[in-house]
Write a protein that binds this ligand. Structure first.
Ligand code: NAP
Length: 326
């Protein structure tokens, strides 16, 4: 079988297409034939060697894949040959024509779920967990999201739209702002040009947003606290632009009259709570089956072009989700 593998950490050039024997499912595993493979920022983190949960080298990249069960290993019940499934779990392995995976990484999919759209389900699961677990207790009427045109950003917009939450979407170009506006954002901010907190306050009549979904953070992060409404929260799910220059606690005390919160979230919070993870996964799959969500697909590329896919990822050139086809 063909797979996209790395033997060293680095740029897109470290990705090699290799021929490997098709694996056989062991005890408690199934063999899944890929229909679609998702490309996302976590793949960049693994490729660059900065991912905390990285497997030993050489390793196959990828965290998300949809397909059909091809064979069932000993001791497996509840999964059958030919069944459509999602494989979702960090630590690589998905950029391949076939995967043998523990059933704990496999979610059965209803026939009504399109398998190309299904590779966006993990983004929606994170979005769901950010809104309903990480931001539990916040009464969210208006939210801000940055990196809004990417895979996670569009999932957050789509989820907020389904919950009647007004969304202010931030992106680095007018083209990306037009894209997210078309996709359902209530307002947009081009943060290459405009000051985010100022603009968000202007767009909310001075009240601010109840929740900010932040994957960037960055040196000027503490300024962005000004965009929050009283009792508002920033839920951070990465810090792609680096850490704040100013002392965060001091900045929060300086705004204590608004009683703000900042939470750093990782899906790995559920590593020891698989039931909770499963609840979030099932809630999102149910919404996909009902047709609630509509993930935008940037493009479909052959698996053999995995290196080019990562060039696009690194260039921040992807709007929506990039899908690899085996
Ligand atoms: N915490 C968790 O459990 C969890 C789980 C899954 C994913 N994540 C994180 O979610 C984030 C989004 O993933 P994704 O797959 O949606 O990525 P993506 O599609 O590549 O989108 C990321 C967006 O971030 C913006 N960006 C700003 N500065 C950037 C930089 N220095 N490098 C790259 N992008 C930058 C880009 O938009 P602009 O050009 O408009 O700025 C880009 O569209 C990643 O950071 C990933 O690690 C976290």
């Amino acid at each position: 079988m063909k797979a996209a593998q790395i033997a060293a950490y680095g740029g897109p050039e470290v990705i090699e297409i290799v021929d490997l024997p098709t694996p056989e499912p062991g005890e408690g595993e199934v063999l899944v034939r890929a229909a679609a493979i998702g490309v996302g920022k976590p793949d960049f983190l693994l490729r660059s060697g900065i991912y905390k949960w990285k497997p030993p080298l050489p390793t196959i990249l990828g965290n998300e894949m949809s397909g059909h069960v091809e064979a069932v290993g000993p001791g497996v019940s509840g999964l059958n040959e030919g069944q459509p499934v999602l494989v979702f779990g960090t630590g690589g392995g998905r950029y391949a024509e076939y995967n043998t995976v523990s059933t704990s990484l496999v979610t059965p999919l209803p026939d009504s779920v399109d398998l190309d759209a299904a590779v966006s389900i993990p983004n929606y699961i994170i979005a769901w967990a950010l809104l309903f677990e990480a931001a539990r207790g916040i009464d969210v009427k208006t939210a801000y999201v940055n990196g809004a045109a990417g895979g996670m950003g569009t999932a957050i917009i789509d989820l907020c739209r389904s919950q009647d939450i007004d969304i202010i979407a931030g992106a680095s170009s007018d083209e990306k702002c037009a894209f997210v506006s078309e996709f359902g954002a209530t307002h947009t901010i081009n943060y290459s040009r405009d000051a985010v907190a100022e603009k968000a306050l202007e767009l909310t009549g001075g009240r601010g947003v109840d929740l900010a979904f932040d994957q960037l953070i960055g040196p000027r992060f503490t300024d962005s606290l000004d965009m929050l409404a009283p009792l508002g929260m920033v839920v951070s799910y990465n810090a792609l632009a680096g850490f704040p220059e100013d002392e965060l606690f001091a900045a929060m005390r300086a705004r204590v009259g608004k009683s703000l919160a900042v939470r750093c979230f990782s899906w790995h919070v559920f590593d020891d709570n698989p039931e909770k993870a499963q609840q979030n996964i099932e809630a999102v799959v149910e919404q996909f089956a009902a047709g609630t969500f509509n993930p935008p697909i940037h493009d479909r590329l052959p698996l053999a072009e995995a290196r080019h896919a990562h060039e696009l990822l690194d260039a921040r050139a992807i709007m929506g989700k990039l899908v690899l086809k085996p």
